[in-house]
Design a protein around this ligand. Sequence first.
Ligand code: MN
Length: 305
Amino acid sequence: MSIENPILRIEGRIAEIGKGMKIARMIPNRLRRTIGAWCFLDHAGPVNFLAGEGMNVGPHPHIGLQTFTWMIEGQVRHIDSLGNSQMIYPNQVNLMTAGRGISHAEVSPTDKASTLHAAQLWIALEDSHRHIEPQFQNYPDLPMVDTECFHATVLVGNSLGVTSPVSVFTPLVAVDLVAKQTSTFELELDPNFEHGITLLEGEATVDGESLEAGTLLYFATGHSRVTISGHAAARILVIGGEPFKEDILLWWNFVARTQEELEQARRDWAMETPRFGVITDQRAGNRLDAPSLEGLHLKAGRPTN
Ligand code: MN
């Protein structure tokens, strides 16, 4: 570790989303608010649900960001105000671009017992794209790379010689790595990017630093590779991007630049103006209320997901 290229250890906080579903939130954190344009990282599960239970996050709004779901185990239905109703399955990404405003719900099927394991992230949109029309895409086929040591899926950007089709607006990368056997391997990094590396399953070390579930190692720009040692079946998520150049305000489910924008978005949701559309699918459940404005002066509200 050098002063120029520090590695920070970020301890995630345990938070609860929907009803009774605990997650580890790695960013935003007081040590790092963003990693590239990545401005939010939740590791959800693995959690076992009985029949009748599951993830159940009712309709809520977003602005100024993309929501990004990487499904490892289980199924969740995304329902949005554009009329999309999309089940996401393991090894798929759901990407919702909120732009000027969208609302959505995320609901697990509850007909039988299930396990849910996922990473949910947000990507801040830069000023030139944050007011665009909302859109949603499911990506069922992501590029994979197999070596003797690991199985990799490139979720965003370029890595390991392949390019993800997931559509983002600033230079970003995300790679899911699963060790096939207890082994040590190098992963090349773009030295223009800052990176975050977290453990999703098993045991691993990165550049000799132990990695634990619920923690994230932050690598500043200037690192061109990391050495990962993983036990068999260890699963590691690497995210990165060019440091985000704009100051953002993140409150509840909104990414904005000014308090007035946040207040307007809150008002538009509360007043049910056309901005966030209407979700007609009854499976979405009851719409969520925005938290009180009192917390709005804080940069971090309590995001729904
Ligand atoms: Mn959401």
